[in-house]
Ligand binder design. Structure first.
Ligand SMILES: [Zn+2]
Length: 493
């Protein structure tokens, strides 16, 4: 989605944003035990001594979690370290019964990656920017405290530990992001890439993808970074953008009025459109990291890395560039067709069968997308499927139907909520294929347009389009286009 750039709220300051994204990995079991890694079970049913943090229980690393994290790293251009170290991050919270989280600290799984986002400049032009990714590390998720929904919720908090030990990849960006729009585009592309790799479903409603944002502002030209504020657990990309916009405004006001920014963690309230202090620096944790004594260093050697790389699918950007080259699509059209892997696959399957892949792409982008936009539908919910659109493209290509008829059939398919082949069978236009009848109509048009005929014979051959249009109109769009073109050329020559 292209977003119009907002003017800088105050050009006196520049904004520095870094994002931390937690992605739950789609393994069958948890990262350090054999409990099922599934969403939506009854509370505290997918637990065992390991993920409950019982004394003496030992973690065993899940190979699939490592492979998924390596795959995500490679897709994000990160360099995978052959040796990485698990570390204990010590803190106590009721949803973390062990009293520590197994994470990675100074030797993460991978480092030094990047993705390239495209945003709209102030004049609407497309700008590409490389945003660095500092690291990706593996860690376990905590459980969930439940503060609501029980008769005694006013006085008690419940805890569901099904989520403890769910494998997470934490992806930390460099502080390269300068606007809320860039943050939105970064998150959108990151999610798209992760979805393509298949290592997570990135379902934000179920918490499979969560985002924390660090933001500071500083006077333009100043080298030193401003004091950073962290906005935690924002559960949609739209809200991340809103929270950042709010923070820029708030921090600008504080600095303009001679105040100082507090280093703190804040929460975003979407219904009020503002952030609130959650905890200030004085209360920040000292996690006392140290290497996890129950786990060996994690070794992923070159051979293993290469084997995982070989399973990487074609990634969104590469696919877009290939579709642009193969089907002469615009950047925007290619983005629409590759928004999900399933959509891109469907398009390509049909494009390979189509008489003219380019024509199919055009139909999907113009006729189909236009109607979907009006109806407020996504391509996946379209009454006309891509396979249906392919049939229509073929009929148009071989001249069986005119584009006027095609448009009408598309309208009817949308009105009746049926696919193109159904509506075509039902309303198959009674095409005029009788040579004499078409000739009669051509004669009438030529007789009533002597000036245009003269122009045509004087060398303005593009006038043929005008005649085709007139005859089509006279035939109410039913003249067989191929026959019409042939007969018309004969008559005029
Ligand atoms: Zn367990």
């Amino acid at each position: 989605m292209a977003i119009a750039a907002k003017p800088q709220i105050d050009s006196k300051y520049e904004t520095v944003i870094g994002l931390e994204v937690h992605v739950q990995l789609l393994t069958k079991t948890k990262i350090f035990c054999a409990c099922p890694n599934v969403f939506g079970s009854d509370p505290n049913t997918n637990v065992c001594p390991v993920c409950l943090g019982m004394p003496g229980a030992l973690p065993v690393l899940n190979r699939q979690a490592v492979e998924f994290a390596v795959k995500a790293s490679q897709a994000l251009n990160l360099k995978v370290n052959e040796t990485s170290i698990f570390a204990r991050k010590n803190y106590f919270y009721p949803d973390l019964p062990k009293g520590y989280q197994i994470s990675q600290f100074d030797k993460p799984l991978s480092e030094h990656g990047y993705i390239e986002v495209t945003t709209a400049g102030s004049a609407g032009e497309r700008r590409t920017k490389r945003i660095g990714i500092t690291r990706l590390h593996l860690e376990e998720d905590a459980g969930k405290s439940m503060h609501e929904g029980f008769p005694d919720s006013a006085t008690k908090t419940y805890v569901d530990l099904n989520r403890t030990g769910t494998p997470l990849a934490e992806i930390v960006s460099d502080p390269d992001i300068s606007t809320p729009d860039e943050a939105y585009e970064y998150l959108t592309l990151l999610k798209e890439i992760i979805l393509y790799t298949g290592v997570s479903d990135c379902n934000m409603e179920e918490g499979s993808l969560r985002c924390d944002a660090n933001i500071s502002i500083r006077p333009r030209g100043q080298q030193e970074l401003g004091t950073k504020v962290e906005v935690k657990n924002v559960n949609s990309f739209r809200f991340v953008r809103q929270a950042l916009e709010y923070e820029i405004e708030r921090q600008t006001e504080v600095l303009d009025s001679g105040g100082t920014i507090q280093q703190e963690t804040r929460l975003y309230n979407p219904s009020e459109g503002r952030t609130y202090t959650m905890r200030t620096k004085e209360k920040a944790h000292d996690y006392r990291y140290f290497p996890e004594p129950d786990l060996l260093p994690l070794i992923v050697d070159r051979r293993q890395q290469d084997a995982i790389r070989a399973t990487l699918p074609e990634l969104p950007e590469a696919k877009r560039q290939r579709l642009i080259a193969e089907y002469s699509l615009s950047e925007g059209d290619a983005a629409t067709l590759t928004a999900t892997q399933a959509r891109a696959a469907l398009f390509e399957t049909e494009a390979k069968k189509a008489k003219s892949p380019k024509r199919l792409a055009n139909l999907v982008i113009s006729e189909l997308q236009g109607r979907l936009k009006t109806a407020g539908l996504e391509l996946e919910d379209s009454p006309i499927t891509i396979a249906g659109a392919r049939l229509s493209a073929d009929l148009l290509e071989d001249g069986t139907i005119s584009s006027k008829i095609l448009k009408e059939l598309y309208d009817h398919a949308f009105e009746q909520n049926v696919d193109f082949p159904v509506i075509y069978e039902k309303e198959k236009p009674q095409q005029i294929t009788d040579t004499a009848e078409i000739e009669k109509m051509i004669d009438a048009v030529l007789a009533s347009s002597p000036k245009q005929v003269e122009q045509y014979r004087a060398g303005k051959t593009t006038m043929i389009g005008f005649f085709v249009g007139q005859v089509m109109k006279a035939s109410k769009g039913k003249a067989n286009p191929a026959m019409l073109n042939e007969l018309l050329s004969k008559k005029l020559s």
